[in-house]
Design a protein around this ligand. Structure first.
Ligand SMILES: Nc1nc2c(ncn2[C@@H]2O[C@H](COP(=O)(O)OP(=O)(O)OP(=O)(O)O)[C@@H](O)[C@H]2O)c(=O)[nH]1
Ligand SMILES: [Mg+2]
Length: 196
């Protein structure tokens, strides 16, 4: 995808309606701080259009980024951030659920997992939940630059077994620092967009 213009078009808070767009959407889920907003910036070739932060819990709304007036990248709030009250987390959960369930344009859901860590119980829950909503989650293993190259296969395998990812479904490593993996992710996303 050649990025010509991008903009943050819609911000959807806890009380707002999920917008009905007329273009394919691809959503990014994952625990707080895993690198969703950083990935979206990388995909858009922007440094900071999507707000990132070293303290978790930065993205608290569902943000729709319009790409070339062709599609949307959808940044979802992260889960599992301890400092957010349970009640608040539940509200976000409901909001994410409403979106996954209600969007008519959603083509694929990418689930981000930190490449250094075993998937957590929350990650597994999210994976199963996305599946349950009728989407085969595609995994992106983030922060590739934080491990040695020799550890890559082992970490990918841990993620695969931890989440029971079917063999034919890829786990795509990505680094927001080096942008390694960016082209593969775009190639993969374009398949979903062009399926129509
Ligand atoms: N080294 C390294 N750091 C990364 C990478 N991706 C994200 N980070 C850092 O991790 C922190 C969190 O990144 P965000 O993109 O804000 O994470 P998020 O998933 O959007 O977090 P929430 O909005 O809180 O759900 C930031 O300090 C980023 O700079 C990566 O690939 N490599
Ligand atoms: Mg974020």
């Amino acid at each position: 995808m050649i990025i010509k213009n991008v903009s943050l078009e819609t911000v959807c808070g806890i009380t707002s309606q999920v917008p009905e767009t007329d273009k394919p959407e691809i959503a990014f889920a994952g625990k707080s701080n895993v690198g969703k907003s950083s990935l979206i910036n990388g995909l858009m070739n922007r440094k900071a259009l999507a707000r990132t932060s070293s303290s978790p819990g930065k993205t608290q709304t569902i943000n729709f980024y319009n790409i070339n007036d062709q599609m949307y990248l959808v940044d979802l709030p992260g889960y599992g951030y301890a400092k957010v009250s349970r009640a608040e987390q539940e509200k976000w959960g409901k909001m994410i659920e409403r979106y996954l369930h209600g969007s008519k344009q959603l083509k694929a859901v990418f689930l981000l997992i930190d490449i250094r860590h075993d998937p957590s119980a929350n990650d597994r829950m999210m994976y199963d939940w996305i599946n349950h909503q009728g989407f085969q989650p595609i995994i992106i293993a983030t922060k590739l630059d934080k491990i040695k190259r020799s550890q890559l296969q082992k970490q990918i395998k841990l993620i695969r077994t931890g989440l029971k990812v079917p063999e034919q479904v890829p786990v795509l490593p990505y680094s927001a620092l080096t942008k390694q993996g960016r082209e593969e992710i775009w190639d993969y996303m374009e398949q979903f967009i062009n399926e129509e």
